[in-house]
Write a protein that binds this ligand. Structure first.
Ligand code: ARG
Length: 288
């Protein structure tokens, strides 16, 4: 893909191009090798490589049925690289690369940079001292007019004006106040048809007001704590389908009433590192 070939207007009119694309990374070197979030505590080196591989493969196959999946090569020494949501944020061929808060993940930046540059994306970077963790903390509204961006755990609020300029969107900042929900995509998911899936307790009052001003009560799928800690909000939504970790039948039923088919895929091996379905993918413009 070259920068000149990006033509987003007509793409929306062509059914062949309507299939969304995602970037994933095999869990070949996945492991809980350090502790940078509360989920990793007590889980050092406890993940089973064969179970993690099976669970990842299951997610890959389910996603490949409804979307194009591209792969970036895993790298030794970067056990969290499997969580490609943290590679960066992409829109219309522009990628803002992540600037990881923790030194443990900073080696990933170069690997992701190379993949995006080789694929023809225009890669923008933040200064080292401004942490930004990609799609893990930044999610576009359905119409692409707004960008919801988390701060307070990993991503710094100082990155928000940069994102606003890079993508020419209005940024809505959301303050994350619970260390268990340290990335926005662990507690908030804009869905098709104007719905939102979220765990209210992860946000401060002012941020909740912003969410509630945007989504009317009938469009909010509020997740209870028992499902939130199973990473229910860490959901991949393609059309009517939602791929997510195993959650309560009650939540699956509420999603069904909202028009969605929720497909539960066990991802507990990745929960040990603080990630589930959405963390394992990054939405990208189709790569030629
Ligand atoms: N262990 C990884 C970290 O703490 C998990 C990243 C999960 N990714 C996400 N998009 N929430 O950075």
């Amino acid at each position: 893909m070259s920068t000149q070939s990006i033509d987003t207007g007509p793409a929306f009119l062509l059914p062949a191009l309507a299939r969304p694309a995602y970037l994933m990374c095999s869990p070949r070197f996945y492991n809980v090798s350090y502790i940078i979030n509360p989920w990793m505590e007590g889980n050092l080196h406890t993940s089973s490589h064969s179970r993690a591989t099976k669970q990842w493969q299951h997610l890959y196959e389910a996603l490949a049925e409804i979307a194009d999946v591209h792969l970036v090569d895993p790298q030794p020494g970067s056990p969290d690289m499997v969580f490609t949501a943290n590679a960066g944020l992409e829109r219309n061929g522009i990628v803002v690369l992540s600037s990881f808060l923790h030194v443990e993940r900073q080696a990933e930046e170069e690997h992701f940079r190379q993949w995006f540059q080789r694929a023809g994306y225009n890669v923008l970077e933040l200064p080292r001292e401004v942490p930004f963790e990609g799609e893990g903390d930044a999610l576009f509204s359905l119409d692409g007019e707004y960008l919801w961006v988390g701060y307070g755990q990993r991503t710094a609020q100082a990155s928000h004006p940069f994102l606003q300029r890079a993508f020419d969107v209005e940024v809505i900042s959301l303050h994350l106040i619970d260390p268990r929900f340290y990335h926005l995509d662990t507690c908030f998911a804009p869905l098709e048809e104007g719905f939102v899936l979220y765990f209210p307790e992860a946000f401060d009052r002012a941020s909740l007001d912003r969410i509630e001003a945007f989504y009317s009560p009938d469009k909010r799928v509020v997740v209870a704590e028992q499902d939130a800690v199973r990473f229910a909000c860490n959901a991949i939504n393609v059309g009517q389908t939602i791929l997510l970790n195993e959650v309560s039948t009650e939540l699956v039923e509420r999603l069904r009433l909202a028009g969605f088919t929720a497909l539960s895929i066990p991802l507990d091996e990745f929960l040990k590192a603080g990630g589930a379905a959405k963390c394992l993918v990054m939405k990208i413009l189709p790569v030629a």
